[in-house]
Design a protein around this ligand. Sequence first.
Ligand SMILES: Cc1cc2nc3c(=O)[nH]c(=O)nc-3n(C[C@H](O)[C@H](O)[C@H](O)COP(=O)(O)OP(=O)(O)OC[C@H]3O[C@@H](n4cnc5c(N)ncnc54)[C@H](O)[C@@H]3O)c2cc1C
Length: 402
Amino acid sequence: MSESMSPGQDWMGLDLFAPSDEHEMLAQTLRAFVEQEVEPQAAGSDRAESFNRALFKKAGDLGLLGVTIPEAYGGAGLDAVAAVQLYEALSTSDPGFGLAVLAHSVLFAHNLAINGSDEQCRRFLPKAVSGESVAGMCMTEPEAGTDVLAMRTRAERDGDDWVIDGVKTYITNGGVNDTTLGDVFIVYARTGEKSLSAFLVEKEMAGFRLGQKWMDKLGMRSSFTAELVFDGVRVPHANLMGSEGEGVGHMMRNLEIERLTLAAQGLGIAQRSLRVMVDYAKERQSFGQPLQMFGQIQRYIAETFSEYRAARSYVYDTARRHSFVEGGQRVDADATKLLASQVAKRAADAAIQVLGGAGYMGEYVVERLWRDAKLLEIGGGTLEAHQKNITKDLARDASLLD
Ligand SMILES: Cc1cc2nc3c(=O)[nH]c(=O)nc-3n(C[C@H](O)[C@H](O)[C@H](O)COP(=O)(O)OP(=O)(O)OC[C@H]3O[C@@H](n4cnc5c(N)ncnc54)[C@H](O)[C@@H]3O)c2cc1C
């Protein structure tokens, strides 16, 4: 037995879900924020289909929008485990608000922190971390979703500027309300036959406007989803993120943390669904006994619990090994999201079944979680995209199975 494997060593006591004092402190902050601030507005924001800008600012004031952003730019400088803690916690209450935070903090801020220049980070990140600005990322187009490299949005160099033309759609935080654009976006555009580049596009830029607002969404209704139109938008060269042609690399690198944090949203949904069904099955009487005495109900609860615990361990373990700069967890990022998104949907579905008619009613929360869970099987990569990527990666590198 090696030194590091002797009984009683540190790793035996490792808490995978809060491995350090900083993670434990974050967990406490999250518990209080979710209970006192997020939960009281969650059902109302879903019903009104509105993004809660004031709550978003409060999250910024508490440092929750900059968890993984370096301290030099106002963030907490924490790791992927902390990011996973954040999205799991928010999604026990309001996954839609969690998605808005994720689009801002992971798809925009984290992406910029890893791939942007120091000057760009200084210009945009402090305001993003404090919640003064609302940001997002634009990859998807009406004609190019899963097949993202087929995108048509183009950027042409013109002197010291780039001129962007195209349309992006389903953009989270595209607007903050019906009339107001989000403040700043990372926009991927074609800069050559085979090359993509990423640009920082600001709301004041001429030719940039809010297109169709996607109302009446199935779930994630407390996040704002919009089409964004780029009509000859003139962007200074200083707003090119990284170098020309690096867009695909930026996109792929950021997808790992995007998928891990979306998987964490699935954990939050599963966790809350379990709590609701366990409590209900204890209290609700049928045929003179609490529901929890019936084998078929026990099956819903026990199977959800074991799936949740397995998915949770997998997500946190992948986060523990994730390096922001080097990546390297591509297959696990796909696989954790493939698993956790389906676990979340099954958990919410099981909870509705255990609650019967009550589960179908908004008051009991799980119908909202069921609607929210579906997005995780589509956004940030569909189930089919994950299946394709995983199979390709395993065929290419058999050591992934070791
Ligand atoms: C609420 C919401 C928020 C979003 N936020 C953002 C955002 O902030 N920024 C952003 O850029 N995008 C965002 N998206 C877009 C999201 O990432 C895309 O919807 C997703 O990538 C799928 O693309 P698509 O909708 O065009 O579907 P398509 O790509 O048209 O896919 C349709 C179906 O065909 C399947 N399919 C496609 N190709 C294949 C294939 N080769 N093999 C097998 N099956 C295939 C898909 O899996 C899917 O089942 C958001 C979407 C939603 C719904």
